[in-house]
Every structure is written in C-alpha cells, then in structure tokens.
Design a protein around this ligand. Sequence first.
Ligand SMILES: [Zn+2]
Length: 162
Amino acid sequence: MEECIFCSIAAKKTPSFFIYEDNYVFACLDIQPANIGHVIVFPKRHISSILEAKNEETSSIIGTVRKVCLAMNACGITDFSIINQIGKSAGQRSPHTIIHIIPRHENDNIQISWTGKQFDKETFQKIQSMLTNAINKKEEKSEEKEKRIEKVISEKIPDYWT
Ligand SMILES: [Zn+2]
C-alpha cells in the first residue's frame, strides 16, 4: 500500500518547506500553492477529517492555524482564506485532513464564493433546534419527531434536515 504523503511529510521521510510542528500537528508550505505563501496545517496522525480529531489535536490544529496567520500577518499579509474540506461534495481530495491557509490579495483570481439561498423563518428555527439539540445531546421527544416527519418542507432542503 502506498504511504500517505502527509504522514510521510510529518514523519520527515519526505522533505517539505517546514514551517512549524508540535506533538500533534505539522505545518509546511503547499508546493502547489493557490498563492505564494500558502501554508498547509495537518494533524500528524492519519485522520481523514477533523471529525476524528481528539480534543488535544483539535486545540493544536486551531492554535497552529492562528499561529501561522499571526506569522503571515507579521510578514505584512492582512487577508487570508482558511479552508478545510470534509467529504467529496466539499471537494476533499486527500485522505489525510488538511487545513489550507491562503494569503489573499485583490484580484488574485481565487474563487471561493456562493450566492445566499432564501429560506423562511420556520426553516431556520427548525435547523437551529436540530443543531442545538445535537450539541446538547438531548433526546428528541418522540412527539416532536412525529411532528417533524409529518411536516412537508421545501425541496431545496437536503434529506439530512428532514
Ligand atoms: Zn496520512
């Protein structure tokens, strides 16, 4: 089996333009940068998404992302995009999760944009409730669940919200 390139970089078997590391995380220049100075930050452990990250890895990842942004800022960069794709639909291509930090400037020809979709207040409230319940790990009352299933909602809303 071919070894993951990011595991190999983190283990220093593959050379990189090293920027920073700690026990959990590694940061280096992306060798196919969207803009010059594009840095990638990734956990040393092979995990496919941040959903699998342990608490200490999560702290280290976000702390390192901030550290790199501060370093870029000290080099005069004021604008950044921070990107992490989870899953094929989101454009994830690597089996090892990566956070991209891309220095941005006017007219740099990088497209990260969308047009805001329209939904009614009831839909927002429903999604809000589902997410806050999931965060609080509350058991959904069966009564509410039945009501939710009966409710017909817009076709624009993907299945996972229904
Ligand atoms: Zn890996």
